[in-house]
Design a protein around this ligand. Structure first.
Ligand SMILES: [Zn+2]
Length: 258
């Protein structure tokens, strides 16, 4: 199974990353997409995955970090994306919940990522929180101008945005939040995602699923998410895992399994 959204360069893994990755491997997690949050962290992330089969990375800047990326260019992203291990653009987007960067900075940097994805045709990995309307407007307009592969990650936003993103061809990823007792809306939205557009992710070290909630999350715990969702969808666990894995490769076409 693939964990489609991990943050392996996070300081919470600095002491025991190899053990975390060994546990994942022994548990059957045979691939991971590790996410770039700041452009300046790209080489650090590349160092982690460089010699590991079936480990890939994205290139981009998280909306929290937008204020430090006003100079980031389309060319910066596209040039770095030419490396074999780089299979996606992001994560990028808008977070109007934490507001760690001014809205106009977030929008500007998001637009840079969108244009990079249009140029290199790698999937755009989008984070959006409390910004449904503007996210919809930016992505729909961009898609009309020039199509690109799209992933809405860790989806917790509204049903209208979900439907309009599915209309423009997006894949949608569900995290361990879906296992939380009060996350009824997240689960209901998950059931609206066609099975050929669904991905699962841990977003570790954040958001550990039940029964690990409150602990540091790690890639192995994607099994709890898959178990929970299989039960929720009334499917066999193995069937769900096969589907989400094959969806990963139909979205991230550049990822080649070894
Ligand atoms: Zn995110």
């Amino acid at each position: 199974m693939i964990d489609t959204h991990v943050n392996l360069h996070h300081h919470l893994y600095q002491d025991d990353l190899e053990q975390v990755l060994n546990r994942a491997k022994e548990g059957g997690i045979h691939g991971m997409l590790t996410i770039c949050d700041r452009f300046g962290n790209r080489d650090k992330i590349m160092d982690i995955i460089q010699n590991k089969s079936n480990f890939w990375m994205s290139i981009g800047a998280h909306p929290h970090e937008a204020k430090d990326h006003l100079e980031l260019s389309i060319n910066d992203l596209v040039s770095y994306s030419k490396q074999e291990k780089v299979i996606g653009i992001g994560e990028c987007g808008l977070d109007f919940h934490y507001n760690l960067s001014p809205h106009e900075d977030q929008i500007k940097v998001f637009e840079t990522h969108i244009e990079a994805a249009q140029d290199c045709q790698l999937p755009l990995i989008v984070h959006t929180r409390l910004a449904d309307e503007i996210t919809e407007e930016l992505l729909k307009n961009a898609m009309r101008y020039k199509e690109f592969p799209l992933l809405m990650h860790c989806y917790t936003s509204g049903t209208n945005l979900l439907k309009s993103m599915l209309d423009i061809g997006a894949f949608v990823s569900i995290s361990g939040i879906a296992t939380f007792k009060n996350a009824t809306d997240v689960r209901e939205n998950a059931s609206l995602i066609p099975k050929d557009k669904l991905l699962l992710e841990t977003d570790c070290p954040y958001l550990a699923p039940i029964p690990m909630r409150g602990q540091r999350n790690e890639p192995l715990f994607i099994k709890h998410i898959a178990q929970f969702m299989a039960q929720y969808f009334n499917m066999e666990y193995d069937d769900l895992v096969d589907i989400v894995d094959s969806n990963f490769f139909s979205l991230f076409k550049k990822a080649k399994i070894q």
